[in-house]
Design a protein around this ligand. Structure first.
Ligand code: AMP
Length: 401
């Protein structure tokens, strides 16, 4: 497999799939350019070595037709600023004759941004049209680089199909995907023990395949968040009005039995912060996890649980975290998630490798200014979960042999 580090882009026209799906405010200004910054290392390597960079991305969820609010022209000024004031040329359609002409006349050292890929159904929905669409994207380019990890689990024209039009030594991952894969492989294939996985969030059903795949690898499995209550109910506990997936009770017991058979220690919360309604201003009451008072619902892990979880995390050498421990969006129910974020930072300082993924866990890490205190923060929640499930992601498979 061609590695970006070993490649010389001098004289090459390089089409790069980036993830510029950034949030915009009412004036169409970029409010968080983390994703743009994430692509800079790859873009700068191409430009610094004397190549030309043609950038393609999606933005938002347009209905397979041009929509002003989803135009990638809104990111031009931010991108230009991040590239040190460099001019960013823009093609107002990603596959038109004019766009192809602009690619062909682009000079080395220049940057061209193509309009939103998802203005065409052939990017993501129209499977029949994907190949012809991808070929037009590839037209006029010598090299393909995929650096959009967030969409690597999608078999889209620009993330997978386009790779068919480039020889093995002319397609590669960018630095962002490389780093993501290294971080995940570090956890999955070379984890130092004890290895602890922390799974949270609303539903067991979303994380079931991940949990099952992790049972073969981890020493400890910490469960928190709303999914806790499906386990607690399955074990015969009283859960009041807490979140529960009634049709997953058997599955919850099955997971616990499998964990036991494989020697994985499962840590379920032992106490909870309950609320009398799902509201930031709700009254709260602490209880044992399996004694939720009637009419109340558990919205965060309790103090005893926080202590136990902290201890397990602190003593781990590898930690993977996905999903909040409670309704962390509300201040009253954020303590559990914050404590896990801090425990990860502590474990990292003690020499552990710590990987955080999923929008909510990442936002908890950022809110507590801990992004540089953990080993790696993943940019693609869904893609990370599917990789950890053991799936062969289309965007990865298209390049990695
Ligand atoms: P997920 O998308 O499955 O990772 O779930 C994330 C969401 O789960 C967040 O918006 C949390 O507010 C929510 N959540 C976490 N714990 C609970 C809980 N105990 N009850 C209800 N919702 C929860």
């Amino acid at each position: 497999m061609q590695l970006i580090d070993n490649f010389n882009f001098s004289g090459k026209k390089v089409i790069v799939r980036v993830d510029f799906n950034v949030p915009l405010n009412a004036n169409f200004e970029v409010t968080d350019d983390t994703r743009i910054k994430g692509a800079l290392k790859t873009i700068n390597k191409i430009l610094d070595q004397g190549g030309a960079a043609i950038l393609m991305s999606h933005l938002g969820r347009p209905k397979s037709a041009p929509e002003e609010k989803y135009s990638l022209k809104h990111v031009i000024s931010n991108l230009s600023k991040n590239l040190g004031g460099k001019e960013v040329k823009f093609a107002d359609d990603c596959i038109s004759d004019k766009a192809i002409e602009m690619k062909k006349s682009l000079k080395m050292g220049e940057v061209l941004l193509l309009e939103n890929l998802r203005f065409y159904a052939a990017e993501d929905k129209d499977k029949e049209g994907m190949k012809a669409f991808a070929q037009k994207l590839a037209d006029g380019c010598d090299v393909y680089v995929n650096d959009a990890f967030g969409t690597a689990h999608r078999a889209h024209a620009s993330t997978a199909i386009i790779a068919e039009f480039f020889a093995d030594n002319a397609k590669m991952f960018g630095y962002l995907i490389n780093d993501e894969l290294n971080a995940m492989d570090n956890v999955l294939l070379q984890s130092k023990k004890p290895f602890t996985a922390i799974m949270g969030g609303a539903k067991v059903s979303d994380k079931i395949l991940v949990i099952e795949n992790l049972l073969d690898r981890v020493d400890n499995l910490i469960i928190g968040g709303g999914m806790t209550y499906t386990f607690i109910k399955a074990l015969g506990g009283k859960i009041g009005n807490s979140l529960c997936e009634e049709d997953k009770l058997d599955l919850a017991l099955e997971i616990l039995n499998k964990a036991k058979a494989k020697g994985v220690k499962v840590y379920l919360p032992t106490d909870a912060v309950n609320a009398d309604k799902f509201d930031a201003a709700a009254n709260t009451k602490l209880s044992k996890i399996d004694e939720t008072p009637d009419g109340w619902m558990g919205l965060d892990i309790g103090t005893e649980t926080i202590k136990t979880f902290n201890e397990v995390i602190k003593n781990s050498k590898t930690v993977l975290w996905n999903g909040p421990m409670g309704v962390f969006e509300m201040e009253k129910f954020a303590a559990g998630t914050t404590s896990v974020a801090k425990a990860l930072a502590l474990a990292t300082a003690n020499g552990a490798f710590t990987l955080v993924g999923g929008g909510d866990s990442v936002s908890a890490i950022n809110k507590n200014n801990l992004a540089d205190k953990v080993s790696y923060v993943s940019t693609g929640g869904g893609a990370m979960l599917e990789y950890i499930e053991g799936k062969n992601l289309p965007g990865i498979k298209a390049i990695r042999k």
